[in-house]
Design a protein. Structure first.
Lengths: 286, 288, 375
């Protein structure tokens, strides 16, 4: 359409480049997924036949992921952490969206930049700064009063806080983008028809924001689930899945059970991403 | 409507924001800075000064690593832009309506897959016993197994792979907002493909380009998994140094100093990038 | 402000007295007073930025006036929250709730008012019948046509039985044909509901066609309030004369003043006898604005001299510059000897007798129809 001056060979070359790019995108994901079904002790060629053992088998050496205690525990912790982070960050993100879209206050532009900044701070640094602060706090409390504040030691709380610290920026931006498109006369119309503030919020504004809230929640959930850099420094004994997998990869070496987990996660993420696309699609903007 | 209600609303909305930023961003970073200024001279005895930074400056390995991380990150950013721009342009302007959505979705799906899994996939493809090596042997192109992992080219490729989506997404949304008539007018007024690209498309897409570059650069410089897993123990990535100081050597003071240096260094590069392109943080990153 | 407790104020659905509102350095509404009798169709007509929307928002309660009082059915509503006022509003872009269907949109206000569940459905059905859309209750908003949305927005307000219905340029978003149809329909709906409608618009034809009374607003003030015919034929100011209806307009100077009539010469040198309007008769040497509506100018073919204007009739000679064919509303543009263009209504039958560009013509119009205002 828009390369009307381009010659046919150029266009063909361009298409080829695009196809090559998407193959490049898909290759490692395919590799990670496919070997989950290879009936072999190693995730490598040659192909020894199709099996579901790496998901469901309950004996060593081919212990399937659904019988692997540590992996299941990691999955569970990841799920718990991601759920808490998603709820918290959607809540604070909604507040931020209202703050920056609806309110006017001095230094607003400055604060807006401050809100965006956590997204561009390397995750490793977020991790160590929160770790250092929490540990210092815990140490000084212990030294002065003698209380051992265990929750300030690496563990679920710190992981949640660390992930929350930058995921909130993402949810704020997603929700604020939708709130900006909201036609405020809709709220005035509701007031005019006799609704009070709380009712307007519950029946008009929040339903309008709902797709963005769900979408932001899913994004937050997934980003939390797959986060590694920040989590690495804050993790205690309750290791989430990515950390468990990494340990396994480095210490035990890769086995097809990791491929099985990868496949499982990819399918899960794809499903959630699909849901978020579906809810965010307007039925027909009218 | 009512002044008191307005003020109350403002306070109620500002509180979570302030708590989040102050408790989780500002204070930890100040704390990290203070920590980085502290030196252990004896058990439980500390001195404050630039010791950790001086140590960094005196040890070529450290600052070489930082420079290496920075320059490789810039290279990755440039490659991601060069590959990502045509892809984004194809998705935004050339693909038909239905393919467009599908391609964009395909672009997003790897975004939702953990770094770890992506790196794992590359390992399975590229290691000595991996798919590429076996295939080449099977085809008879090479005699013995080849190790593709643990070299800089692989690390750069892996990093480009990890971050390129963050380049494509803002570019697609910027280019999508561009009126096709503008490009057509460019041709109509006698421009050739190159001048239209340089004079019309690139200036229009500048906020998206800058946004993509900032995010990609920060993500690359701050990445940990990809260089470690694809580059091996000797990948010399700066985040690895931070990890070593913190976790392996339990030297938090110099770890904090390293963290602060990484932050300062990347912020400096981003600031320079914004200055050179005449954009601001809120006009770019916040839009994507 | 002392509230009028007398019986005479009760017959007015809506009264404003001395209402003012300032935003920063802009005086949006400046000492506006109005009284709207029960059951009438009242329009506020003005160019964009004249303050009409601010006035309406104060009536609805979204803004508080700096000074003055607003009374609905005789009772002051200052300090009453917008959701407690029985004034309903149809918004410019209607603001129908897209996440609810038609039924829920209409039921919204009833639910807010705490109407019993069993009573809601019959009320909604009744109001839908009255706007002649009995079958759309289960439709989604985006499935409605522009005209249907319009009527649903009105039904959503009318189901609450408001004292006053405010309409903020609701026809602005419609295409021309539908807009013409909706004008008539709105007027009929107003008759049927027998409720006071206050209609805001910048489109003078909407205001003239539908209203019992029109207030022309400019720069935060009411220039004139009156029936459409009065505004058209007896404008009180140069602004009203220029804003309401099409007109030829010149700036000129009075050469000779008389009793109620003055002789004036325009900047381009046209001399004419004018009827002094706006209350005051200007004296010789004063600057004036002169208005003549195209339908009052008579066009005759044939060459002639620009005659001296008689006491009652103005005459001008010119050549046809171009024809603006628009069916029954066709116009001709005549170039005068002095060089300016004058618009006049003509009948173009399509026959051989029609005017053609280049024809010499004589223009005559009565001095009574030549309105002049002190500039």
């Amino acid at each position: 359409m828009l390369i009307n001056k381009a010659s046919a060979p150029f266009l063909a070359g361009y298409r080829l480049f695009i196809v090559a790019f998407f193959i490049f995108l898909a290759a490692p994901l395919l590799a990670a997924g496919t070997f989950a079904f290879n009936d072999s002790l190693f995730p490598a060629l040659p192909w020894r036949g199709f099996t579901l053992d790496w998901f469901f088998n309950d004996t060593e050496p081919k212990l399937g992921m659904f019988h692997d205690r540590r992996l299941l525990r990691g999955l569970y912790y990841s799920f718990v952490i991601a759920s808490i982070v998603a709820l918290l960050s959607v809540f604070v993100g909604t507040c931020n969206a209202f703050l920056f879209v609806r309110c006017s206050f001095p230094w607003k532009n400055f604060f807006y930049i401050v809100m965006v900044v956590p997204l561009v701070i390397p995750g490793v640094i977020l991790g160590i700064s929160i770790l250092a602060l929490a540990s210092n706090l815990a140490n000084s409390v212990e030294n002065s009063i003698g209380w051992d504040l265990g929750f300030l030691r690496p563990g679920i709380l710190l992981v949640v806080l660390g992930q929350f610290s930058f995921i909130t920026t993402i949810t704020s931006l997603v929700i604020a983008a939708r709130l900006k498109k909201f036609d405020q006369t809709m709220e005035e119309a509701a007031y005019n028809l006799g609704a009070g503030r709380a009712r307007v919020l519950a029946t008009i504004t929040l339903p309008y924001l709902r797709p963005a809230l769900i979408g932001a929640g899913i994004v937050a959930f997934l980003v939390s689930f797959e986060n590694f850099n920040t989590t690495l420094f804050l993790v205690g004994s309750e290791a989430p899945l990515t950390i468990t997998m990494y340990d396994r990869m480095v210490k035990v070496g890769s086995t097809p059970v990791l491929n099985a987990v990868s496949f499982f996660l990819m399918v899960g993420s794809a499903l959630l991403a699909l849901i978020s696309v579906l809810v965010q699609r307007d039925p027909k903007s009218g | 409507m009512n002044k008191d209600i307005r003020r109350l609303t403002l306070i109620l909305l500002f509180t979570p924001f302030a708590l989040w930023i102050v408790l989780l961003i500002v204070i930890p970073h100040i704390g990290m800075f203070i920590l980085s200024m502290r030196e252990k001279v004896a058990p439980r005895v500390f001195e404050y000064g630039f010791g950790n930074y001086i140590e960094f400056a005196n040890e070529p390995i450290y600052w070489n690593t930082l420079l290496r991380t920075g320059s490789m990150s810039l290279l990755v950013t440039a490659i991601a832009l060069i590959i990502g721009f045509p892809v984004a342009y194809y998705i935004a302007k050339i693909a038909g309506n239905r393919t467009k959505g599908a391609l964009f979705l395909i672009c997003l799906i790897p975004l939702w897959v953990s770094d770890l899994i992506r790196a794992f996939g590359w390992i399975l493809l590229l290691r000595e016993t991996g798919v590429v090596s076996s295939s080449l042997q099977w085809l008879g192109l090479v005699d013995g197994p080849i190790e593709f992992l643990y070299n800089d080219v692989t690390v750069i490729m892996g990093l480009v792979y990890t971050v390129i989506l963050f380049m494509i997404v803002p570019l697609v949304s910027t280019l999508d907002g561009m009126d096709n008539a503008m490009i057509e007018a460019g041709y109509n007024l006698g421009g050739n493909g190159f001048t239209v690209l340089r004079r019309i498309i690139v200036p229009y897409a500048m906020p998206g380009i800058v946004a993509g570059c900032i995010v990609v650069f920060m993500l690359t410089a701050g990445s940990y998994l990809t260089p470690i897993l694809l580059g091996g123990k000797n990948s010399s990535w700066f985040t690895e140094q931070i990890y070593n100081q913190f976790i392996t050597r339990y030297n938090w003071e110099s770890g904090a100093a390293f963290g602060f240096l990484l932050l300062a260094f990347t912020s400096l590069v981003v600031w320079l990038g914004l200055k050179l392109s005449g954009q601001t943080l809120s006009s770019t990153v916040a839009r994507s | 402000m002392a509230s009028n407790t007398g019986g005479d104020s009760v017959q007015h659905d809506l009264e404003c007295s001395g209402v003012s509102k300032r935003f920063g350095s802009v005086q949006a509404v400046d000492d506006v007073s109005l009284e709207i009798p029960r059951g009438s169709f009242f329009s506020i007509l003005g160019p964009s930025g004249c303050g009409k929307t601010t006035l309406m928002r104060m009536i609805a309660g979204f803004e508080e006036p700096d000074a003055g009082d607003i009374r609905i059915k005789g009772a002051s509503v200052l300090g009453t929250l917008p959701n407690r006022r029985n004034v309903k509003m149809v918004f410019q872009h209607l603001a129908l709730f897209p996440m609810m269907n038609v039924f829920e949109n209409i039921a919204y206000g009833l639910r807010c008012a705490g109407v019993a569940k069993a009573d809601i459905a019959p009320k909604v059905r009744a109001v839908l019948e009255r706007v002649a859309l009995p079958d759309v209750a289960e439709r989604e908003i985006h499935q409605l046509s522009g005209g249907q949305k319009q009527r649903i927005a009105i039904a959503r307000c009318m189901v609450l039985d408001p004292d006053v219905l405010l309409l903020d340029e609701p026809l602005g978003a419609l295409d021309l044909k539908l807009r013409e149809a909706m004008k008539i329909e709105l007027k009929l709906l107003q008759h049927q509901f027998d409720t006071t409608f206050v209609y805001i618009t910048h489109d003078q034809s909407e205001a003239l066609v539908m209203s019992d009374n029109v207030a022309v607003m400019n720069d935060g003030r009411f220039e004139q309030v009156g029936a459409p015919q009065t505004l058209y034929h007896e404008p009180a100011s140069a602004f009203v004369a220029g804003f309401v209806g099409d007109t030829n307009r010149w700036s000129g100077t009075v050469t000779k003043a008389g009793r109620g009539q003055v002789r004036a010469e325009t900047a381009s040198g046209l001399a004419m006898v004018c009827d002094a309007r706006g209350g005051a008769t200007p004296s010789a040497g004063d600057a004036v604005e002169i208005f003549v509506r195209p339908e009052f100018i008579n066009v005759e073919t044939g060459a002639g001299k620009s005659g001296r204007a008689s006491a009652t009739t103005n005459r001008l000679a010119g050549t046809v510059d171009s024809l603006l064919f628009n069916g029954a509303n066709s116009r001709v543009l005549v170039r005068t000897e002095a060089g300016g263009l004058i618009e006049a209504d003509v009948v173009l039958t399509g026959g051989t007798g029609d005017l053609r560009p280049g024809d010499d013509v004589r223009l005559t119009w009565s001095a009574k129809q030549t309105m002049c205002f002190a500039g």
